[in-house]
Design a protein around this ligand. Structure first.
Ligand SMILES: [Zn+2]
Ligand SMILES: [Zn+2]
Length: 150
């Protein structure tokens, strides 16, 4: 998994002219992106809005939704769908799966073991290339599982 430090280096190197991943960063987009980067707990759009408002009181929920959509479309942010609940947002661009705890609803980033190639993890047909990984696992996180056993 790419560490926070590594990822911020990647971001800096692509944002010299105010663009990130080819996307023009408006003040609002940058703010929404920063909110996601600062606390990587897979917040919903509403939670992103509450946090954004603390830094820019004029920002609206509609603007936050727009920014999230644009950032997702540009591939800078991943949308995580947790059952029928509101989508969550994840700025981790390293290949990873999501583990969703059925009890506390916490979402965890699950990286690949020992920097494994994505292709080597699955029984893919020979010659297949993965461009986008979207894997969700459900179960009980270690904390909830321990509580359940006790
Ligand atoms: Zn849990
Ligand atoms: Zn994630």
């Amino acid at each position: 998994m790419v560490s926070k430090l590594q990822q911020s280096i990647v971001v800096e190197s692509t944002s010299e002219n105010g663009a990130l991943g080819g996307l023009r960063m408006t003040k609002q987009r940058k703010l929404v992106y920063d909110v996601l980067m600062d606390e990587r707990d897979h917040p919903t759009a509403t939670e992103v809005y509450i946090r954004s408002k603390e830094r820019m009181s004029s920002i609206s929920l509609a603007t936050v939704y727009n920014c999230l959509e644009t950032l997702s479309a540009a591939g800078l942010v991943k949308q995580v769908n947790v059952g029928r609940d509101a989508s969550r947002y994840c700025p981790n661009l390293a290949p990873h799966a999501h583990f969703i705890c059925g009890k506390c609803e916490e979402v965890y980033d699950i990286g690949l073991k020992n920097d494994a190639e994505m292709e080597s993890v699955w029984a893919l047909p020979e010659g297949t290339r993965i461009d986008h990984l979207e894997v969700a696992m459900k179960g009980l996180c270690a904390k909830c599982n321990a509580k359940q056993k006790a």
